[in-house]
Write a protein that binds this ligand. Structure first.
Ligand code: ATP
Length: 139
């Protein structure tokens, strides 16, 4: 069975986790916030209260063995960049990082994230595309 690791349980990370669990995948979640982790202890396969910028944390869970890693830390740009760097350097596959600013996008690209998501911007583009091309249903 495929397994994924989601780092950061903001709105974006939480919805990624819920969707993956709904599709019966194994999901390990990491967040520094004990309250957020508590909310997911009965949802995710495994939960960890930990700082993902600590290299040992990601090494211990063998981050390179997952089928995909989602770095859903947005506003803490420093933590987002550092975590993505550690994950990419570990050799992990399908590294998806969330960004909140265009500068963050550039840096995450440079570091080597496989895909970068800007939820509001991406959704806005899709809405505009749907309005412009109502005949094409899936953007
Ligand atoms: P969203 O828009 O998806 O709600 P956001 O962009 O506002 O999220 P943040 O709230 O900054 O993102 O971070 C998302 C989550 O990441 C938070 O729950 C936060 O506790 C967690 N987080 C931040 N830094 C780290 C870290 N170093 N290690 C693990 N989790 C972290």
């Amino acid at each position: 069975m495929k397994s994924f690791c989601v780092i950061g349980l903001g709105r974006f990370g939480s919805s990624v986790v819920r969707s993956l669990v709904k599709n019966n995948y194994e999901v390990v979640v990491i967040d520094t916030d004990a309250k957020k982790i508590d909310d997911f202890k009965d949802i995710a396969t495994h939960v960890m209260i930990a700082d993902a910028t600590d290299e040992r944390v990601l090494k211990n869970i063998e981050i390179d063995k997952f089928d995909g890693v989602v770095i859903a830390i947005g506003q803490n740009v420093q933590a987002s960049i550092l975590t993505t760097m550690i994950v990419v350097e570990s050799g992990a596959r399908n590294v998806i990082a969330k960004a909140t600013t265009d500068v963050q996008v550039k840096v995450l690209e440079k570091i080597g994230a496989d895909r970068i998501i800007q939820p509001e911007k991406d959704a806005g583009n899709r809405v505009a595309d749907n309005l412009a091309h109502p005949d094409i249903s899936d953007y």
